[in-house]
Design a protein around this ligand. Structure first.
Ligand code: ADP
Length: 612
C-alpha cells in the first residue's frame, strides 16, 4: 500500500468514528414525568426537581423531559380523567415516551389504570411513593418502583425522645382520598402511643378552623405536619402556603416526614430526602433507558435518613442539642458573633493592639522624658551652683567688708575693754555694754557667713511653699553690703501680707540676686546719685510678681530676647550664664521671666510665679 492510500484510509476511519460518536451524542430519549397533584405540591415538587437534576447529571443521552400533572387526583371526582387520557393519547400517539416517571401514588394508580390504552409497552418507574400505595399485583414486566417507607411510630418516638414532656400532638393532614388513606395508616401505627400522648385529629375541619384550634394548643404540645392537599371544607392548598400559615400561628414545634418541608418551619428529625430519592430514581431511569427490563430492577424501599434538625427551632423550643440522637445533623446554626463580624472584630482588635502599643510607647517615652527632666533639673542645679560661686566671687569685696566691719568693731571693743580692766575701778556697767556689743558684732559676722554658706550650699532642686516677699527681703539683706559699696540706692515696695508660691528658696534667691547684681552692673558708669533700683512685689490674679527695675541705660531693643541666651554677655569679664540660668529656674517653677525697657529708661525684669 502506498503512503498516500494509507493516509486516505486513516482519514476515512477517523471520519467514520466521529460520525458514530456524533450519532450517540445526538440520540434523544423522551421521558414523561407525571405529577399526582399539580406541579407545585410539596414534597413532590422537590422530588421532581431533584429527579430532573439527577437525570441531567447522570444521562449520557440528550433527554426530552415533559411534565404533566394529574389534577384529578385532588378531588374524588374522577370525571376529568378520560379527557386527560385523551389528551395524553393525542400527545404521544405516534411516539410513546421511552420512560414514564410517576411521582406519587395517584399518578402511579392512574397509569396502571390506563396504560393499555395509552402506552402498553412504555416502561414505567413509580417513585416518590410510599410502598403501601403501590398495587404490586398490578405491576407488569414494564414496571418498577423506587419507594419509600414511612415508619410513623419510629418518627413519633424520635420526636418524643427530644421533647419527652410532650402531652398533645396535633395531626395536620387533609381530607382528600389519598390523605384519608394515610390517616387510617397513622391511626393504626400510632395507637400504642396514645397512652402517652393525646393525638388530636382535625381532618373534618376547614384549614381555617384547624389553624384557630392549633393556635391555642396547651403547653407541652407538638404539631405533626403530614400534608394539606384538600381540607375538610374541600379547599385545595397548593404550594407552601398551608405550612407557612400553620407556622405563623403555631405555639408548638412542628415535625414531619420529609426534608422537602425542612428549612424554616420544621424542627427536624428522621425524614426522607428528595435529594436521595432523586439520585435513586435517576439511577434506575438510566438502567431502563439503557435497555434493562424494568421488572428485573428491584429497589428496596428506603427508610428515613439520619435525623436532621434546625438549630433555630431547637433554640426556640428550648430543645437542648445534647438530647439529639448521636449522628444528628444540625443546620441553620446562627453564625457566631465572630463569624458575622469577623472583619470588624479583627479591625477593632488590630486598632486595640496598635493603641496598646502606642500607649506603651508613650508611657515609655514619658518615663524617658521624666528621667531627662530630672537629669536636666539636676544639671540646672549644678550649673546654678557654679553660677552662685561666680556671683559670690563678685560679692567677695562687699562680703569681706561686711565681715570686716563687725570684726573691726570687736577688736576696738576688746582693746577698750582691756584698757578698762587695767584700771583700778573698772566701770562694770560699761564693760557689760561692751560685751553685749561684741556679742552683737559677732552675731552679725556669723550671720553673713551663714548666709554665704547657705547660698553656696549644693542642694537638690526642691519645691516647698515659700513666701516670695520673704525671699526678696532675705536676698536684699544679703546684697546690702554690695549695694552700699557700689553706692546704689534700693527702693523696695513689697505687697502687704505674704505671697506664697511653690518654690526652691535658694534658687529663687539666686534669680533675684542675679537680677539685682546685673542692675548694679548696668549702672556702674553713672553718677552715684542716679543709681537707683526699684524692687516691687505684687499679686496679679493667680500670679505673684517680682519686678526689678534699674535706672541704667536699658537693653538695646534688638538684644531683648538675646540676653537670655547662654553665653550672651556685654561685660568684659562676664560669663553670659546668669539670665539663662535664671530663666531656666523660673520656668522650672512653672513661671516666666521677662525683660523689658522702662519708659523712663533702664531695664525692668519681671518674675511671674503661680501662687500656691
Ligand atoms: P553676664 O552678667 O555674665 O553678662 P547675664 O546672663 O546675667 O550674664 O547677662 C547677660 C547680658 O544681659 C549682660 O551682659 C548685659 O548685656 C545684659 N543685661 C543684663 N541685665 C541688664 C540690665 N539690668 N541692664 C542692661 N543690660 C542688662
Amino acid at each position: 500500500m502506498t503512503q498516500a492510500s494509507l493516509v486516505r484510509l486513516c482519514v476515512a476511519a477517523l471520519v467514520y468514528a466521529l460520525t458514530l460518536l456524533d450519532a450517540a451524542a445526538a440520540e434523544h430519549k423522551r421521558v414523561m414525568i407525571l405529577h399526582s397533584f399539580g406541579r407545585e405540591f410539596r414534597p413532590w415538587n422537590e422530588y421532581a426537581r431533584a429527579i430532573r437534576g439527577e437525570l441531567d447529571r447522570q444521562s449520557p443521552w440528550v433527554l426530552d423531559v415533559q411534565e404533566h400533572a394529574l389534577m384529578a387526583a385532588r378531588t374524588p371526582d374522577s370525571n376529568p380523567e378520560p379527557a386527560f387520557v385523551e389528551y395524553l393519547h393525542a400527545l404521544y400517539a405516534g411516539k410513546p415516551p421511552e420512560l414514564i416517571i410517576c411521582i406519587g401514588a395517584p399518578a402511579a394508580i392512574f397509569i396502571q389504570r390506563y396504560r393499555q390504552k395509552l402506552f402498553p409497552s412504555a416502561p414505567m418507574l413509580f417513585t416518590a411513593v410510599e410502598q403501601r400505595r403501590i398495587q404490586f399485583a398490578n405491576l407488569t414486566e414494564n414496571d418498577t418502583v423506587v419507594a419509600v417507607r414511612h415508619d410513623f411510630r419510629y418518627l413519633f418516638e424520635s420526636f418524643l425522645a427530644i421533647a419527652p414532656e410532650t402531652r398533645v400532638i396535633a395531626m395536620v393532614n387533609g381530607n382528600s382520598p389519598n390523605e384519608l388513606v394515610w390517616q387510617d395508616e397513622m391511626r393504626r401505627e400510632l395507637q400504642p402511643l396514645e397512652q402517652r400522648v393525646d393525638v388530636r385529629w382535625y381532618d373534618k375541619r376547614s384549614f381555617e378552623d384547624m389553624l384557630k384550634e392549633i393556635a391555642v394548643l396547651p403547653p407541652h404540645s407538638a404539631i405533626f405536619w403530614f400534608q394539606m392537599i384538600i381540607d375538610g371544607a374541600g379547599v385545595a392548598h397548593e404550594g407552601d402556603r398551608a405550612l407557612t400559615r400553620l407556622y405563623a400561628v403555631a405555639n408548638a414545634p412542628i415535625f414531619t416526614t420529609d426534608q422537602a418541608f425542612f428549612g424554616r418551619e420544621i424542627i427536624g428529625g428522621p425524614m426522607h430526602s428528595p435529594t436521595e430519592g432523586g439520585r435513586r430514581t435517576a439511577a434506575v431511569a438510566m438502567r431502563i433507558l439503557g435497555g434493562e427490563k424494568p421488572a428485573d430492577i428491584k429497589t428496596p424501599p428506603s427508610d428515613f435518613q439520619p435525623p436532621k434538625y434546625d438549630a433555630r427551632e431547637l433554640k426556640r423550643w428550648n430543645v437542648s442539642e445534647s438530647r439529639l440522637p448521636a449522628g444528628s445533623e444540625v443546620d441553620f446554626r446562627e453564625p457566631s458573633i465572630w463569624q458575622t463580624y469577623r472583619w470588624q472584630i479583627a479591625l477593632i482588635l488590630a486598632v486595640l493592639v496598635a493603641q496598646a502599643l502606642l500607649i506603651t510607647l508613650l508611657v515609655h517615652e514619658r518615663g524617658r522624658r521624666l528621667i531627662a527632666e530630672v537629669q536636666s533639673r539636676q544639671r540646672m542645679s549644678e550649673l546654678a551652683h557654679v553660677n552662685r560661686f561666680t556671683t559670690a566671687n563678685e560679692l567677695t569685696a562687699s562680703i569681706a567688708h561686711e565681715i570686716n566691719q563687725p570684726l573691726g568693731a570687736i577688736r576696738t571693743n576688746a582693746e577698750t575693754m582691756a584698757l578698762m580692766i587695767k584700771s583700778s575701778s573698772p566701770d562694770m556697767s560699761e564693760i557689760r555694754e561692751i560685751v553685749a556689743d561684741i556679742r552683737r558684732d559677732e552675731e552679725r559676722a556669723s550671720e553673713v557667713i551663714l548666709r554665704l554658706r547657705s547660698l553656696l550650699k549644693k542642694t537638690p532642686f526642691e519645691l516647698r511653699e515659700v513666701d516670695l516677699n520673704g525671699v526678696v527681703g532675705e536676698t536684699l539683706e544679703f546684697l546690702a553690703a554690695l549695694t552700699v559699696g557700689r553706692q546704689v540706692s534700693v527702693d523696695r515696695a513689697l505687697e502687704p501680707g505674704s505671697l506664697i508660691v511653690k518654690g526652691d528658696r535658694i534658687q529663687l534667691q539666686q534669680v533675684i540676686l542675679n537680677l539685682v547684681v546685673n542692675a548694679i552692673d548696668a549702672m556702674s558708669g553713672m553718677a552715684a546719685a542716679n543709681r537707683r533700683i526699684a524692687v516691687r512685689t505684687d499679686r496679679n490674679g493667680n500670679f505673684a510678681e517680682v519686678s526689678i527695675a534699674d535706672s541704667g541705660s536699658g537693653i538695646p531693643q534688638d538684644k531683648l530676647s538675646q540676653v537670655f541666651q547662654p553665653f550672651f554677655t556685654t561685660k568684659e569679664h562676664g560669663m553670659g550664664m546668669g539670665l539663662s540660668i535664671a530663666r531656666t529656674i523660673v520656668e522650672a517653677h512653672a513661671g516666666q521671666l521677662l525683660a523689658e525697657n522702662d519708659a523712663q529708661g533702664g531695664a525692668r525684669f519681671r518674675i511671674r510665679l503661680p501662687l500656691a
